[in-house]
Design a binder for this molecule. Structure first.
Ligand code: 26W
Length: 871
């Protein structure tokens, strides 16, 4: 899969065994022996040597003793060496040039497996495959040995990973900052139709993709009190006397760009106990107290919170947020000041700090504290620096997902930050009053503190006030932010608000996951499109070419067969690869309306039961996704899906026309197998609830058609692929608002709609619960008497539109035509485009290309005196 059209050495001249070794001249020597460095060479021959060498000297194994895991490690170290070479060159260039860097602060990075992606980006995927195959091993099986680093919940974490890939590919100096969770998102099993969570021990066998840097360890404080004092210059200052200190040690993960020499860094912090600090407790004789402190310190980076779009307000979560923010800001300041002559006044020339949702919003207060308390800057100067450096991305419109922390908790954990937030607030409130002296309620609504018992700190307001820009993640989402959730901030600072529609990296979501389609595209339009995805439009001319269409179809069919094999293994269910694959994969949440999907399945089932001869298009309904462990309704929906599957799949009358499978353990890797095999993409959230969605883009790029509402990025996808190639249904955002406003009565739909009534009656009657009428009662009641997300109002439109889908699918040529147009018209949703917009409109950063020739380390002898531009 060499789509790069470049020499496999990535442009580097490896004619000698070391880059700087004097080359033998042809005339000096009758035979030129060209041997590549085993650690940097990119040819098949060298990779063979390195693979064998690493197996022997790192894993301590040979072919007789090696396990699949050993081979995975040996290949990973082979790749890592090649990354290190470029990584060091990148870091050296950024340091010597003092380049401005993007610092992407995110509590989650959902990277997916690293080995395949790193091979692809280095341009040695095919070579490595050849090496592994010639060694008598199964390459795909080897890639699957890697445990997935599941350091995120869903969309927001995966977006951060796509952004890192695009930043490196665009040669933008960048650093991701996050937490090295020891346990990522839980593994999901399905037992008796229920979700069962298992801890994700992803680090159990070690991780070849990280380098620990103990020398960069920083200290993070919690608790205690503050006191006022007068400094040497007679200035009144505040001092924080913390009660607890924790250490943060960075683990750096290399992030290579595609087809270039850039390798940027994802810096993940791990918490550990501060031994010196704990010794004081030892001395005072409290042994078990000291041990308890050690354990509680280590807990900070122990586990990812599995909630998605719901607030929980747990102390440990705030500790985590402050932990990685404090570590990261100290690191950013340290790197800035290590340049000769640089002062904090010019911090913005070194760092554009992006806050991925409010999870790192404490950065506003922490940066102020570092500048004012620790570096002794004046408040106004510190405030200017803080605002110039920080920017905030909002990812949710759900009120329950807007983070708020109880003031008493805040005061206990971060007393100095609370004081700083009060100070920011008091100045902000003055500004609000000056802006709008008439409206007395305005201050209370905009304040950083929500009144009540207890009071709360509103993190979204803190981020709005402390950042120079606020952006939404799709056009509709940004409009709703400006007109609803944050409308009063938009009135005050309209210039702050921007839209940056999300994107996905085509490297993982097409080249890696759908190699056959990738080859077809390259065959027709040549190389280079993977970094210029809009060029896929050049394929539009082929939609009427029967040969092209049949090859497209053949690729989709092969992908569908592969998924069928996987589902046979995981679900022990035989699915028909010629049926329409109707897929909904994403977190399970009421607003995403997996329930609406399964209601439609039951509707079809009813039709078959009422008339067994009915002509129904064969369909396989594929679901996957995790529910937050404490989210009762989401887990009940999983149960219902599995229960319906059990009944429908076994019913002889259905005769294989419809099947329902819930694939356990949804993850990035599973997504990579599912998107390329999908025919229909379910994007059916209640209008106005899904900020963007990114799965919708992955499906479309891989040639699935969408059935969807006018929500999130669906709106823009439909505009680009053309309304005639998109199955639209449902209430619009204003209609949802209208209906709510006039008193929504979901029971009316039950009374008026026979099809819908029969669906609900079947659930209520215990048909899917072996006669138990209690099990799914909460779902039935929610639909009939509350229906927050208006499934009842949208049911008929959804069902009718699904009929249109079936009709369209029967026309195979017409369907493929639409599928191709979807795929080739969504180039706009490459995360490269998104990142270019952030660079231009928010970060003001420019590419810094990395060349390997200007960087030639002497690996035969070190000379540490030759240090570069550092104080
Ligand atoms: C407070 C707990 C919590 C945890 C996670 C609140 C909110 C979140 C995330 C913001 C949830 C999330 O992943 N949001 C998704 O972000 C994607 C990337 O922008 C969007 O495409 C999705 O629409 C949005 O739901």
């Amino acid at each position: 899969m060499n789509t790069q059209g470049k020499s496999t050495t990535n442009g580097h001249n490896f004619s000698g065994d070391y880059p700087n070794k004097p080359e033998l001249q042809q005339q000096d020597c009758p035979v030129t022996v060209q041997v590549e460095d085993d650690r940097t060479g990119m040819t098949v021959e060298t990779l063979h040597r390195a693979f064998a060498d690493n197996l022997y000297y790192i894993q301590g194994k040979n072919e007789l003793t090696a396990t699949a895991y050993d081979y995975y490690m040996a290949l990973s170290y082979t790749v890592r060496d090649r990354l290190l070479h470029r990584w060091i060159a990148s870091n050296t260039a950024y340091m010597t040039q003092g380049a401005k860097q993007v610092c992407y602060l995110s509590a989650e990075f959902l990277l997916g497996r690293q080995l395949g992606k790193n091979l692809l980006n280095l341009g040695i995927y095919d070579q490595a495959k050849q090496v592994v195959t010639e060694s008598g091993l199964d390459f795909d099986a080897l890639l699957e040995v890697e445990p997935e680093p599941g350091l995120g919940n869903g969309g927001l974490g995966r977006l951060a990973a796509c952004f890192l890939d695009s930043l490196a590919t665009l040669e933008i100096p960048a650093m991701g900052y996050g937490i090295r969770y020891e346990f990522g998102i839980f593994d999901q099993d399905i037992k008796d139709g229920c979700q069962v969570e298992r801890p994700d021990k992803w680090l159990r066998f070690g991780n070849p993709w990280e380098i620990r840097h103990p020398e960069l360890t920083v200290e993070v404080c919690y608790g205690g009190t503050t006191e006022a004092y007068e400094d040497e210059d007679g200035e009144y200052r505040k001092r924080w006397k913390p009660s607890r200190k924790v250490l943060g040690t960075p683990y750096d993960v290399p992030i290579p760009g595609y087809n270039n020499n850039t390798v940027s860094t994802l810096r993940l912090w791990r918490a550990s106990a501060n031994v010196d600090f704990d010794f004081q407790v030892f001395d005072s004789g409290d042994y078990s107290g000291a041990v308890a402190d050690k354990i509680s310190s280590e807990n900070i980076s122990k586990v990812l919170y599995p909630n998605d779009n719901t607030e929980q307000g747990k102390q440990l979560r705030l500790e985590q947020q402050y932990f990685f923010v404090s570590c990261s800001l100290k690191d950013i300041i340290h790197r800035h000041l290590s340049h000769r002559g640089k002062t904090l006044e010019t911090l913005v020339d070194s760092a554009a700090i992006q806050l991925n949702d409010t999870h790192p919003a404490i950065a506003v207060a922490e940066l102020m504290r570092l500048l004012v308390d620790e570096h002794r800057l004046g408040w106004n100067q510190a405030w200017r620096i803080t605002r110039n450096c920080l920017a905030y991305t909002n990812h949710t419109l759900l009120m329950e997902a807007l983070e708020r922390w109880p003031v008493p908790l805040f005061e206990r954990l971060l007393p100095r930050h609370l004081e700083i937030i009060y100070e920011i607030n008091s100045r902000f409130i003055d500004e609000v009053q000056r802006f709008d002296p008439e409206d007395e309620g305005r201050v209370g609504r905009m304040s950083l503190i929500e009144e009540g018992t207890p009071k709360y700190v509103r993190m979204a307001h803190l981020a709005c006030v402390g950042c120079h820009t606020v952006n939404g993640v799709a056009a509709l989402h940004t409009e709703l932010l400006k007109s609803q959730v944050l409308h009063e901030f938009n009135e005050m600072w309209p210039e702050k608000f921007q839209n940056k529609t999300n994107g996905i990296t085509p490297r993982r979501w097409l080249l890696l996951s759908n190699p056959e389609l990738t080859n077809l595209v390259t065959e027709k339009i040549g190389d280079g499109w993977a970094t210029d995805l809009e060029r896929m439009r050049q394929l539009e001319g082929y939609v009427d070419d029967p040969e092209f269409r049949s090859r497209w179809q053949a690729i989709k069919d092969a992908n569908k067969r592969q998924l069928a094999e996987r589902i046979l293994k995981t679900n022990d269910e035989d699915i028909d690869p010629t049926s329409l694959y109707d897929v909904q994969v994403k977190r399970i949440h009421e607003y995403k309306r997996q329930l609406l999907n399964i209601l439609h399945v039951i509707g079809l089932y009813n039709r078959i039961k009422a008339n067994p001869q009915t002509n129904i298009l064969p369909r396989t309904f594929i679901f996957a996704g995790k529910a937050a462990p404490g989210y009762y309704m989401a887990k009940l929906v999983i149960r219902l899906i599995n229960a319906v599957g059990k009944v429908v799949n076994r019913d002889r009358q259905v005769a294989g026309r419809i099947k329902v499978v819930f694939v356990p353990g949804y993850s990035v890797s599973l997504g990579q197998q599912i998107y390329p095999a999908a025919d229909l993409s379910e994007q059916i959230s209640t209008a106005g609830k899904e900020a963007s969605g990114t799965g919708n883009m992955k499906f479309a790029l891989n040639g699935a058609l969408t059935i969807g509402t006018l929500d999130g990025a669906n709106v823009e996808i439909r505009d680009l692929v053309g309304p005639e190639n998109f199955f639209l249904f449902g209430l619009t955002t204003p209609e949802v608002g209208q209906l709510k406003y006039h008193g929504y009565n979901s029971y009316r739909y039950y009374e008026d709609n026979t099809e819908l009534r029969q669906v609900i009656d079947r659930i209520a009657g215990g048909e899917f619960s072996e006669g138990d009428t209690e099990l799914f009662k909460p779902i039935v009641d929610s639909l009939l008497y509350h229906d927050e997300y208006m499934l009842m109002a949208d049911y008929q439109a959804y069902s009718d539109t699904q009929q249109k889908v079936s009709q369209a699918y029967r026309d195979r040529d017409g369907w493929i035509r639409m599928a191709i147009l979807n795929s080739v018209r969504v180039g706009h949703f490459s995360s490269d485009r998104t990142i270019r917009e952030y660079c231009r409109d928010i970060w003001s950063v420019k590419p810094v290309p990395i060349t390997l020739d200007s960087y030639s380390p002497d690996k035969t002898r070190l000379n540490a005196k030759k240090v570069m531009g550092r104080s």
